[in-house]
Design a protein around this ligand. Structure first.
Ligand code: GTP
Ligand code: MG
Length: 69
């Protein structure tokens, strides 16, 4: 797997009421872009990995976007 022993991993689950903007936030953060209006409607659950630098060290964020009904 990873050969970088300094690399931290964080698991993040986005939860909240329906239609509050969870998927919009998820896409903006992981892809740097907003979804078109109709694309936000269909999410049930989605998962992405994002690499970031935290305190000058590489870190991996495991992010789940859930449906809030
Ligand atoms: N004006 C505005 N609209 C937003 C914002 N974020 C999301 N929306 C709109 O709000 C609606 C719901 O956004 P979603 O991101 O799909 O909400 P959600 O929390 O993922 O909803 P569920 O998946 O049903 O739980 C969509 O029509 C978005 O375009 C925002 O920051 N500002
Ligand atoms: Mg959603």
């Amino acid at each position: 797997m990873s050969n970088n022993k300094d690399e931290k991993r964080y698991k993040i689950i986005i939860v909240g009421d329906s239609n509050v903007g969870k998927t919009a936030l998820f896409w903006r953060f992981t892809e740097g872009d907003f979804l078109a209006e109709k694309e936000t409607q269909v999410t049930t659950i989605d998962f992405k990995i994002k690499n970031i630098t935290l305190k000058d060290k590489p870190a991996k964020l495991y992010i789940w976007d859930t449906a809030g009904q």
